[in-house]
Each structure stands twice: as C-alpha cells, then as structure tokens.
Design a protein around this ligand. Structure first.
Ligand SMILES: Nc1ncnc2c1ncn2[C@@H]1O[C@H](COP(=O)(O)OP(=O)(O)OP(=O)(O)O)[C@@H](O)[C@H]1O
Ligand SMILES: [Mg+2]
Length: 241
C-alpha cells in the first residue's frame, strides 16, 4: 500500500483540564476528497489546528508525505503543502483583494523560485475562485461569499497538496454553496487533496468520497456518505438520546 498523504496518529489535545481530542487517528489518501463532520464543539477545528500547526497536540503524531511534521511550526507545514482556511476569514482588511493574494504568495513562495511581482500568479488564482473582477476592491468591502472566496484563494496561493476548508459555506445561500463546491471540485480535479469540514450536509455528502465523524473529541464513525447517513451512532451524536 502506498503511504497516505496524511496520517493522524493518536492525537490528544487538552485545553487546561478539558480534553478536546482524545487520541484521534485518521489517514487521508493523496487526491482524496475527505469530509469531517460532527456536532458543535466535537473537536473538528481543534483537529485541523493540530494538523496545520496552529496548535500543538500533547501527544500523537502528524505525518505528512511520510515525514513527521508534529514538531514543525505552522508556516513550515504550509511550505510542505498543508494549507487551511479559517472558520472566520482572516484577510488583511486594509488591503485590496489583489494585495491580499500578493502578500500571501510572497510569504508562501519564500523557498521556491518565484520571480516577478506575483500579480499574474495572483490574478490566476483570483480567476479560479471568480474574484478577478474584484481584484482592486478593499477586502473589508467584500460580501460574505466573496470573503469566503478570498479566504480560499489565500489558501490556494500556497499551492498546497492538501487544502483544509473549515466551514467555508456556513451562512451562504444554496446557490452560493454550489458555487464554492464547484471551486473545490475543480481544485481537487487538478490534484489537490481536500478535507472539508462542513455542517451543511448536502454539501459535504455530495463532495466527500469518505467522511469521518467526530463526537466529543473521538472518531465515532467513518465511511462513505451513504454509510454515514445510515449510522446509528452518528444519528445519536447529532440528535442526542
Ligand atoms: N483555545 C481554546 N481554549 C479552550 N477551549 C477550546 C479552545 N478551542 C476549542 N476549545 C474547546 O474545544 C472543544 C472543541 O472545539 P472545536 O472548535 O474544535 O469544535 P468544532 O467541532 O470545530 O465546533 P464547531 O462546529 O462549532 O466549529 C469545544 O468544547 C471548545 O469550547
Ligand atoms: Mg469549528
């Protein structure tokens, strides 16, 4: 068997006396579209924070492309190919959309040869998410869907092999959800592995080839969307007793 792109091994994360992750193990294959779901507070974002390096886990390992990255800082993991969006978008609000991308590119490209001013490359990414017409707008003036697209574009600027989307669709209309889904499908078709965290079941079920379910910091189920829908433990986690 080929080495999976990402292996999460026994990850434990505590906040003071509270254990947010109780030894989560998962793997994600290269090229896969992987869904991560679970009730509010089940530890989805915490797990993503441990994978991306935003948080350090107390025990367990994160193995990416066969290398243990557990000790690496977030920016080092970004350069190795792990990019994520934040549940609450974090653009540089005083900058234009284009400037946001250029800054991110410059930062991401530190150790690869990227000549030029980054404008053409930035515009290419903005075109992929459908924001090219907004390039010169100050990012604080974007609508919610545009803000989500910019957040995705900034993650894409790192040219990741793994992109993790943390509830990029919350609060969007049905057609806006379809719009973001199409972007993520296209990204995946060009070879990027995608982990989607999402409460919008229609979206995550359609997108994912495999879904893992977290409840109270533990994996309670994993399988195809069809298997997850029919899983009694999952139903109980969402609906209570
Ligand atoms: N920095 C922190 N300090 C203390 N507790 C935290 C911190 N971050 C998360 N938690 C707690 O850890 C648990 C898991 O939170 P997390 O944000 O990972 O959940 P989630 O599954 O992403 O939820 P949601 O679907 O609402 O985004 C929650 O009980 C949360 O209150
Ligand atoms: Mg979350």
């Amino acid at each position: 068997m080929a080495e999976p792109l990402l292996r999460v091994e026994g990850v434990v994360k505590r906040f003071g006396g509270f254990q947010a992750l109780s030894g989560v193990s998962r793997h994600v294959e290269a090229g896969e579209r992987f869904g991560l779901i679970g009730p509010n507070g089940s530890g989805k974002t915490t797990l993503i924070n441990c994978i991306s390096g935003t948080l350090r886990n107390e025990s367990g390992r994160i193995v990416f492309k066969g290398h243990d990255v557990t000790a690496l800082a977030a920016h080092q993991r970004t350069r190795r190919g792990i990019a994520r969006t934040f549940q609450i978008p974090r653009p540089f609000t005083g900058m234009t959309v284009l400037e946001n991308l250029r800054v991110t590119l410059e930062y991401a490209a530190l150790d690869r040869a990227a000549p030029g001013d980054g404008i053409a490359e930035s515009m290419d990414i903005l075109r992929l998410v459908g924001l090219d017409a907004k390039a010169d707008i100050t990012s604080s003036r974007l609508t919610q869907i545009e803000m989500r697209k910019l957040e995705l574009a900034r993650a894409m600027a790192a040219k990741p092999s793994l992109l993790i989307s943390d509830e990029a669709m919350a609060g969007l209309s049905s057609s806006e959800v379809d719009d973001l889904l199409a972007i993520l499908f296209r990204l995946n078709e060009t070879g990027t592995t995608v982990i989607m965290i999402e409460h919008i079941m229609r979206a995550v079920m359609r997108f994912s080839q495999r879904i893992a379910v977290l409840d109270a910091g533990e994996k309670i189920a994993e399988g195809s969307p069809a298997a997850i829908v029919g899983d009694a433990a999952v139903e109980k986690a969402y609906l209570g007793e």
